[in-house]
Design a protein around this ligand. Structure first.
Ligand code: ADP
Ligand code: MG
Length: 238
């Protein structure tokens, strides 16, 4: 079980409150999309869930564990960013393997994991290449593979497709949805693109100025927006 619960979570940077008393339950196994305009607090929310940023107040629960004081490496969460953050001097294999070596996973097990995961993301033929020899989509797959070999309970993806061209972005959306179905793991996906949100999420969380406007299925968000912000943002006809 890896339901995630945020209870009265706030975040203050200097004297500005960027997240205000957030209450949110992310269903175990869901594909939850956090969507909202630039600067509304999406990345900050993800970073607090992953433990990369400490909330100013409130509680974060992962499964039945209160993780307020749990370091990122012990939260069983893997994060994928838009800029991939691959090691340029290492091969694809090296990039995927690095975290496993750090975790002292034995060599045989590492090799099996790399084989399994590179097949899933279609990188089998690219394991000996360097990142600069790959296309944007392939680099993003390496970033995904690196997250997947850790077999996390939760995947957090922060605008992972925004550096890709429109065609590839469409293809990767489909691949990510299939990946989610296959793994059954909780995905929390951030985007500022409402079309992307509506086409990918089974649960949509609309955020504005650090506050949740609505949390609902795509159908309900579209047909039954809670307020004017949601209606305008999603584009519900008046
Ligand atoms: P989003 O991901 O939705 O674009 P962010 O979570 O990155 O938004 O940022 C929310 C707000 O918090 C913004 O006003 C941003 O400038 C501010 N912010 C984010 N990180 C920091 C930081 N480390 N120090 C100060 N302000 C920050
Ligand atoms: Mg962001």
């Amino acid at each position: 079980m890896a339901e995630i619960i945020l209870r009265n979570v706030s975040k203050i940077f200097k004297d500005e409150e960027v997240i205000s008393d957030l209450n949110l339950t992310i269903r175990d196994g869901s594909f939850t999309v956090l969507v909202g305009p630039s600067g509304c607090g999406k990345s900050t929310t993800l970073r607090m869930i992953a433990g990369l940023e400490k909330q100013s107040s409130g509680e974060i629960w992962i499964g039945d564990q209160l993780v307020n004081d749990t370091p990122p490496g012990k939260r069983n969460i893997a994060m994928v960013f838009q800029n991939y953050a691959l090691y340029p001097t290492m091969t694809v294999r090296g990039n995927i393997e690095f975290g496993l070596i750090n975790k002292k996973v034995p060599k045989l097990e590492r090799e099996e994991l790399i084989k399994e995961i590179s097949e899933i993301v279609g990188l089998t033929d690219y394991l000996n290449k360097k990142p600069q020899q790959l296309s944007g989509g392939q680099r993003q797959r390496v970033a995904l593979a690196r997250a997947m070999v850790k077999k996390p309970k939760v995947f957090i993806l922060d605008e992972p497709l925004s550096n890709l061209d429109a065609k590839l972005r469409g293809q990767m959306r489909t691949e990510l949805i299939q990946l989610h179905k296959r793994l059954g793991t909780t995905f929390i996906y951030v985007t500022h693109d409402q079309v992307e949100a509506m086409s990918m999420g089974d649960e949509i969380v609309i955020l504005n100025k650090g506050e949740i406007q609505q949390k609902d299925s795509p159908m309900n968000v579209y047909h039954d927006p809670n307020n004017i912000f949601t209606a305008n943002f999603i584009g519900t006809p008046a």
